[in-house]
Design a protein around this ligand. Structure first.
Ligand code: MAN
Length: 192
């Protein structure tokens, strides 16, 4: 009433806002940013949960863990669920032998060497790596890493089965004690 009557001045819209309002707005902005970050993290974790990490997610903890082994002119490297690499011992560029594609199973029938460092016979997990560095006059390099139970992570044997198609036999504690026919998904419980 008094403003309408020109007795009191109307508050200036461009007057500096109170510190309380500025602080509240800053807090809101930073809370919104944090929420966006958390949502991004959540999405990443949800996507990750949808990935196959093997029976009971046994390979999850090994992701990115690397193991090396010398063979012939090269040192070979296997980084679990990431990639395989061939490094010339005399120096020079590294060759990508494949990027992680998927987990499969294969039936093997090998004699188990006396030191136990071999695949033996039965069903074994295989980590498949594909689309490595292109091979001159051949395919993109690929590697299958066949796993058997062992006390520690190690590569036992590397074979180039065909030009630029590699096979590694490796030991890892991760596959010890996996039940036959272990499932990658939780079993469905049927209520009576
Ligand atoms: C390099 C290595 C070998 C491969 C040849 C193919 O020498 O990656 O393993 O057979 O290239 O040209």
């Amino acid at each position: 009433m008094m403003i309408e009557n020109g007795i009191l001045a109307e508050p200036h819209t461009d007057s500096p806002e109170s510190k309380a309002v500025t602080d509240a707005r800053d807090q809101l902005n930073s809370a919104t940013r944090e929420l966006d970050n958390d949502r991004g993290e959540l999405k990443k974790h949800e996507e990750d949960l949808g990935k196959d990490y093997g029976p009971d997610h046994v390979f999850r903890a090994l992701k990115g863990h690397c193991v090396e082994q010398d063979s012939g002119e090269y040192t070979y490297e296997h980084c679990f669920l990431d990639k395989t690499t061939q490094k010339p011992k005399k120096g020079g560029g590294h060759t990508g032998m494949g990027n992680f594609a998927r987990i499969e199973k294969v039936v093997v029938d090998d004699d188990l060497p006396a030191n136990g460092k071999g695949l033996g016979s039965g069903e074994r997990y295989v980590l498949k790596y594909e689309n490595g560095q292109h091979c001159w006059n051949g395919p993109s390099r690929s590697t299958q890493v066949i796993l058997a139970c062992a006390e520690k992570d190690e590569i036992w044997k590397i074979v180039e089965e065909e030009k630029c198609v590699y096979r590694m036999e490796a030991g890892t504690p991760a596959v010890c004690g996996i039940k036959e026919g272990a499932q990658t998904e939780a079993p469905v419980h049927n209520e009576l």
